[in-house]
Design a protein around this ligand. Sequence first.
Ligand SMILES: [Zn+2]
Ligand SMILES: [Zn+2]
Ligand SMILES: [Zn+2]
Ligand SMILES: [Zn+2]
Ligand SMILES: [Zn+2]
Ligand SMILES: [Zn+2]
Ligand SMILES: [Zn+2]
Length: 1752
Amino acid sequence: MAAAADREVPSALCSEFLNFSAKDTAAKWLQVSDLPREVYQHLARYVPQIYCQGPNLNPQSEELLAQLLLQSPLEWYLCGEDPSTGLAKLEQNNQPSQLCGHVFKVGEPTYSCRECAADPTCVLCMQCFLGSVHKEHRYRMTTSGGGGFCDCGDTEAWKEGSYCQKHEPNISDSSQEDPLAHLSADMIARTYNVFSIVLKYAVDMLTWEKEDELPQGLEPPERADTFYCMLFNDEVHTYEQVIYTLQKAVSCTQKEAVSFATTVDRDGRKSVRYGDFQFCEQAKSIIVRNTSRQSKPLRVQVMHSSVVAHQCFALKALNWMGHIIRHSDALRRILCQVGLQKGPEGEDSMVDTFMLCDSKMWKGARNVYHQLLMSSLLMDLKYKKLFAIQFAKNYRHLQTDFMEDDHERLVSITSLSVQLFTVPTMARMLITEENLMTTIIRTFVDHLRHRDLQGRFQFERYTAQQAFKFRRVQSLIGDLKYVLISRPTEWSDKLREKFLEGLDAFLELLKCMQGMDPVVRQVGQHIEMEPEWEAAFTLQMKLTHIISMIQEWCASDEPVLIEAYRKCLSILTHCHSGFTDGEQPITLSMCGHSVDTIRYCVSQEKVSIHLPVSRLLAGLHVLLSKTEVAYRFPEQLPLSELSPPMLIEHPLRCLVLCAQVHAGMWRRNGFSLVNQIYYYHNVKCRVEMFDKDLIMLQAGASMMDPNHFLMIMLSRFELFHIFSSLDGRKRYSRENANKDVVQQNNTLIEEMLHLIIMVVGERFVAGIGQVHPCDEIKREVIHQLCIRPMAHSELVKALPENENKETGMESVIDSVASFKKPGVTGRGLYELRPVCAKQFNLYFHHYSRADQSKAEEAQRKLKRQHGEDTALPPPVLPQYCPLFASLVNLLQCDVLLSILGTVLQWAVEPSGGHWSESMLQRVLHLTGMALLEEHQQLENSEEEATFNFTLKISRPGEAPSNSASILALLETLQNAPHLEVHKDTIRWILKTVASIKTMRERTVTTPVADHGGQSQEETVRDKDKAERKRKAEMARLRREKIMAQMSEMQRHFINENKELFQQTSLDELEASTSTSAEHSPTSADAALVCVGPRRTRVCERKQVVTCILCQEEQEIRPDGRAMVLAAFVQRSTVMSKNRHRPPPDPEKYDPLYMHPDLSIGTHTGSCGHIMHSHCWQRYFEAVQAKEQRRQQRLRVHTSYDVENGEFLCPLCECLSNTVIPLLPLKKTSSSCEQPTLAPWLKTIGQQVRALQAAHRKAKPISAECVDTESEPDCPVPEGFRLDHTPMSPYSDTIKEMLTTFGTATYKVGLKVHPNEQDPRVPILCWGSCAYTIQSIERLLLDEEKPLFGSLPCRQDDCLSSLVRFGSACWTAGCLSTVQTHFIRLLAALVPDPEVKSSPCILDVDMFHLLVSLVLSYSSVHCLDGSGVSVDVTQLHFLHLVTVAHMVQILLTSVPVETTMEQESDEADKEEEEAVCRLYNTLRTHLGSALCDVSSGWHLWHCVKAGILPYLRATALFFHHLNGVPTPPELHVLGPGQWEALCGYLHLPCNLLQLFYIHQDLLEPLLQGWCSHPDVKQCLQGSGTLISFPRESNQLIELPDDYSALINQASSFTCPKSGVDKSRAPTLCLVCGAMLCSQSYCCQTELDGEKEEVGACTAHTFACGAGVGIFLRVRESQVLFLAGKTKGCFYAPPYLDDYGETDQGLRRGNPLHLCRERYRKIQKLWRQHSITEEIGHAQEANQTLVGIDWQHL
Ligand SMILES: [Zn+2]
Ligand SMILES: [Zn+2]
Ligand SMILES: [Zn+2]
Ligand SMILES: [Zn+2]
Ligand SMILES: [Zn+2]
Ligand SMILES: [Zn+2]
Ligand SMILES: [Zn+2]
């Protein structure tokens, strides 16, 4: 851009431009006769001079000049006066459109009302939604994919509340008024002229295809040899390919190439080179050559600059018109007229021309003219209609173009269909006037050309190209759906005619699907190639809603319904004529009935799952019944043409196929068949597949003799021979010795019985049974909840959605279920109301076998819990509609009774496994159904019931078999020992039989056949007893055997999981030891003190731990084998008070003093698992080796980075990157001599000076230190042995581990390569120790937990080892280095002339200072032989640092308005006075830099509050360092904490005494601190002043309503490009920054690394030291990132009203913030557990490992 702005406009042009007058030009135009020619000349002259003067298109100066020279004269002409006044006048008369018409940006939230929207495409923008009634309704929220507009104000889009407050029409307005009425004729004419010329120009230029010529009248006066090499977008080549090619072809940098590629993707084209023809042609050929290898090459054109210039201006001109018409509805109307006007000889209108050339234009041009169409034609209700007609006329052409076009649909003109077709009146008008329904269907069918010999679709061996087309062609189904989505309330004859014509076309389509993809059972060999099946199912799935909608259209008009039924039947007959021939007729006989049918075996011949014609007919048949047309106009129905056996034939085959697949007979046909069967029953397809097949069987059976129906069924199931013979069972078992066949037949019998249950029992569709439509959905919900309680979304998934994506569940759910709210995890659940349980039907037709067994188990369990018997009898069913009424006779027909009898007989004499319990269960269920039917009839009908099942089952079989009656068999079975499970059911049946008999007896006394004598019954009982005994014995033996097996297995398990079992005991051990240590002070009476000479002495205890790897016990001893804790060290900014501090340069950074803003620290955590160091080393080496092998084999990442020292704890799989050695408590000698502050300071000073001298001597003499020799030797204090070399008390392995952990902390803390020699190693260790303690102190405070006793064991262990390590780490390094650190640390408090550049006390975190001082002092103390104990020194350090911290707090305390003087306790008076005095002393040193605070209460309050965190952290530190038990007061929350804390630290409660007791010594120090030049600077406000206590950091505040976030994100533009909408706006929850994630535009390089990373990863390093917590706004998903390779998704803290999250925003329910869940995320962050969480997520879900997190 910069280059373009600098470009100098040639001076000749300049003067010409300056002299130009828009007014004069417009005046001239008013005079001319041929205005178009004149304007074209003007454009021909100026456009090439303004646009495209160099390599960069669209610089700002072009805008300016175009406005001045091109648009301005047009505006003058149009207005006839100064445009600013002219347009203002127009605006006065403007009638704003009642339509909102807001065009959605990508990612903007859209709202639809689930109660009021005509269809789901009706949406509102956020503004309109908030001002509408729907915000109180049940609404749906989605993010727009771009395009489309707000439907506010469209009365057809909303059932109510069509207008928001803003678009509410003014009642006085007469919207009928012609908008042109206010305009003068002149004005109209001028506008007309301008618009037609400009629009013509735009059409000419944008549809222009020549590269080097211009349309007539636009030829430039002079022609330069300047060209552009223009690169066009396609959807074939990837970003990477384009970027790579461009770098080669036009030798640009990668950055430039990325920018080119981004623009090409966005605008559809971009010039990549400017110059003479040769120059551009060269680039073109390289690009073409490089991209033509695998696919068609990228499209590149070398275009003359004047052509490009005119195209640029043409776009500008379209935008200009869009802008002008915003001022006036009249102008908009004129533009519409101009656009749609046909040419004088009937040529296409200009809008037509645009549309017809749509697919040839580039993306940017399309977008611009689509926008203009939306703001003009679609905003004018009159012209919207006219435009819709043109669109429909061109429909076939446009769609055909679209098939060839490789751009996405969003930028195709065809995507406008949603705006036009969803308006109900418009859709109906287009159907009647333009025959749109037929057009769409025909166009669709035409594009699916592949047929087999019978004319059916064939998708086998589709090429990629065809598959692509197939996807495109599916958008036509979407259009058809729009057209049909609102059903007519009134029918005209014309509509009937056109709809039926459309139906004809649709039936032709279905005919091509009937019987497609047929399958044949594979025997012997497995199929070689899985056949293609998905295309056919996709088609079926897409058409599902269309088929349903067509049925609903038919249902709304009786003549149409009858005609549709006729048509459908005739097509079906036609299909079948060529479908069933060649099959042999046979006659079946059974139970004295016989039927003619054909010989056909599903297992041997072709069978297809696709039967849409049959199923449509089934649907229409139900409608005939439901709308009662069948009873009112039976004469009009083609009932005589119906052949029930023909109707049921194919659906039955399909159902038998399913049964056979279940029975395992089709295993060799592979997975494609299994998948097809799955989808056939799946909720997405079943409505128009399985459900309708069942209905067709019901329809057929209701018109047939039930015996005939069942015989045909037996025959198709290939079971006829088993049941037809007189002694079926015996023959059956003889014939089929083959076990597999027996098993298959058993399953088939089960399936068949199930099918009979469904045919008789499924009556919940309105039209089949006498039910209300909502009963069907109620029943679905009940049966889902019978399986288990379910979340809202699970229920929605289990229910079929209609075309409006509604399940209808909301209207019934509360009547059948109660809602249980979710906790912090999990989701809200619906539970079935107990009263509904009795509607449970075990053979519910939508249950899968798995569902069925789960539901059975759940229901039985429930019954047991309520102490009921466990019978699950069939529920009472609604009545059939008359058309289906005869179906009940199936239950009492001879064939069924014979089947029931046979199965019962088998059950009575079980042998050979030729029957199954499932079979029996189904038979019992059928018996129960029949009994209930009879019971109901008896109850309902006054006359005698025709249904007499009880009579029939009481009759014994006829001669010659003379089998027992069904009832007798049942009674036998009741006592059968092997049927324990079914006894309750059988008992229930017998009870029902008895009650029916009494009912009958009450009316008529029918003699009942006597069955079974007394004696017979008795013997049965005896036999039963014996059998029972035998069985109990068997069961006992079996149980024993199982127990033996179990214990064997358990032993095995323990062996294999040894460490797990060992660990449990270890944990218990640890817990017990730590509690005993905590609560057993040596003397119970003495107050516990953790520091100083009065420190409570702890007796030494042996500490023994167990290695989790080798299970050996080991005592912790300095000279013993090293034991280590798995640990994870990470950088942290969790406590940062300054996120803007630039990250330090790792090489030069001096970390000795921590700044009080704690901007970056090093945190150490551990899972607490202990290993031998050598065991760990072996383990780690094994992990490394395994990883190397794995990397060689396949390039997979793991959740941990071995090269960086990471591993998973071998026990708990917690991510770790180092180990901490466990060290014993230090032995300390108590000494009698306890110097007070003054002598101690003196001694320390002497020691320091002696050390400094010694260090100087040791150093090689450099130029700067020439005069060191001359310095007098300082006196070495008594007992200080400078020459002493202390021996490390530790064993070699411990020493090694000290180095390991020190180096790891150094490496991570500074982000450098490991270097154990670096002097900063110990500093980082002390720092990590201090930082970790501080962060734990914060955490305890935030969680409102007591300071001691509430930490988990693992954290306690980690802190102890960390602190003890800190005090020992000096032994691993260079002694003088550590001494130097100590000297410098001390100098921050006690001025030392030899230490240069000590920080001012405002720049030092006092806790870090204290910890470092104490831990580094060991390096000095080891030389001290005087016998002064470390305890004294620790206490003096504590006092000094505490005083310094108080001063720090006073200096930074924020003055408050002291209007309210607090009454203070008498006790506090002393403190207040003292603190006032100290403050005033400080003021004397600092003067005006410190403001005047007179309130002692306020100051003391500040000090107390400010110092508390420090004191708490200090207590934690000394507790772990010295191992002193903690006072019980600190194990609870409550009053007295301050006193307890001070006591434990051996500090006076009045801390100021620390100062005043040694005022003489401390006063000079104080003065020194205040005189540091930085103090004044700090106080006067340079840099951030940290005040105390530092507040805990929180994650950012989130809005309660999620749509507020979406809206915020939708207006967020990519910060790099400045204009583009970000595709994946992502919010940093730590600092609130919005980022443009997952996009090329915002990739950056991290410091010193070549690889580019995405915006989120880059941000984690700036904001969270490598750890980040984000919210992906479009996805409603929390993202955790750590480093560059780790990440995981986490449930967002937003829930819908059903207590569920909506990751991916797929469901669109309104979402609200759940504070508990957000707090949980915050806790993870504060605990430094994000990385650990990622590790666990990745271990649990390996796909997370493969994601390129660094690109997010
Ligand atoms: Zn709106
Ligand atoms: Zn509105
Ligand atoms: Zn509503
Ligand atoms: Zn071990
Ligand atoms: Zn562990
Ligand atoms: Zn970006
Ligand atoms: Zn951030």
